[in-house]
Design a protein around this ligand. Structure first.
Ligand code: FMN
Length: 324
């Protein structure tokens, strides 16, 4: 299926594999791009260790980008942290990297950043914008700032879940109606043809998918956690929050501890300290250690019953035959 989204991104199926920190790497990204979608390298893509060093971070990402290029000649994207208010020391060097490596698409998550949208456009890099907490106001702002595509994320998603409890069914038509001309992609709970069909029925023009690719054969998710997630349903996931954000995890010692702390009214600082920033996701999802880590998924896990190859997942999500 081709449409405005696939044309903007230069791909044959309007499907983005969403950024997912450590859980992305060149292999997953290239598999998605080779299957006609747009793979995305997230922060720490392909890595097993943490570095706070800016130069080292950039060089690690450069190597991962080059690995993608060795595996596919199709477009792919990189998660780019940009904010006009508070640029981190990583922002300019990561921007330079995108330019030097001719990355065709940047996924900008967080605040609308008109300065960076303009700089990306000057370099002919497309901007896919996703608010962590999507609202009518930030969708209009993103459109005014020239975002090429806007993502509407529902509470059904995995990862850091929006603070407002607005499900995918409500958020997608809300943003579709809020903008004048920018295509909206739907995120949160899209894992198969049924959920893809629903997203398009709500007015989305593309699918922004994390969990389904996390559970693919190609993903680097620890094998024990992959099996546990495939066997689990959405109602098995434990829920906790580090005010204002919400998180979900497969049950385990750390997740139970966090859920109890959250229920007992722990502060953001206390939850963060237990979570150790990104460490908990690294340990839970890369090392498969649910005693010390967490494993985050969206609510679509109920409909996933095996670790299928990316190409098979893409075939389910692509509604080309139905659209023709
Ligand atoms: C394990 C995991 C890690 C994630 N990490 C990130 C991230 O680093 N940056 C980001 O913008 N979104 C992140 N997300 C959110 C995804 O980009 C995307 O919005 C979400 O997966 C879509 O919902 P779905 O999981 O139901 O398909 C993450 C999601 C998961 C499941």
């Amino acid at each position: 299926m081709t449409n405005r989204v696939s044309e903007i991104l230069g791909i044959s199926k309007p499907i983005i594999q969403a950024p997912m920190f450590w859980m992305t790497d060149a292999k997953l990204v290239a598999a998605v791009s080779n299957a006609g979608g747009l793979g995305t390298l997230g922060f720490n893509a392909g890595q097993t260790t943490v570095t706070r060093d800016v130069e080292e971070t950039v060089e690690r990402m450069r190597r991962e980008i080059q690995k993608v290029r060795a595996l596919t000649d199709k477009p792919f994207s990189v998660d780019f942290a940009a904010s006009d208010d508070e640029d981190s020391p990583f922002t300019q060097p990561m921007f330079d990297l995108l330019v030097e490596e001719h990355v065709p698409v940047a996924i900008v998550v967080g605040d609308v950043a008109p300065k960076w949208f303009a700089k990306l456009h000057e370099q002919h890099i497309k901007v896919v914008y996703r608010a962590l907490n999507p609202t009518v106001a930030n969708a209009k702002q993103a459109e005014a700032a020239g975002a090429d595509i806007i993502v509407a994320t529902g509470f059904d998603e995995g990862g850091t879940v929006p603070c407002q409890v607005i499900g995918t069914f409500a958020i997608v038509p809300m943003l579709v109606d809020a903008v004048e001309h920018t295509p909206i992609m739907a995120a949160g709970g899209i894992v198969d043809a049924r959920t893809a069909r629903a997203a398009y029925a709500l007015g989305a023009e593309g699918l922004y998918v994390g969990t389904a690719f996390l559970l693919s054969a190609e993903s680097r998710l620890a094998a024990n956690v992959k099996q546990q997630a495939i066997a689990a349903d959405a109602d098995d996931l434990l829920f906790y929050r580090d005010q204002p954000a919400y998180y979900r995890s497969l049950p385990g010692t750390m997740a139970k501890r966090l859920a109890k702390m959250s229920a007992d009214g722990a502060t953001r600082v206390e939850i963060n300290a237990a979570h150790q920033g990104m460490r908990a996701m690294h340990d839970g999802m890369l090392l498969g250690d649910l005693e010390n880590g967490i494993a985050s998924f969206g609510l679509g896990i109920s409909q996933i019953h095996s670790a299928e190859p990316v190409a098979a997942i893409m075939a389910k999500l692509d509604l080309a035959e139905e659209q023709n």
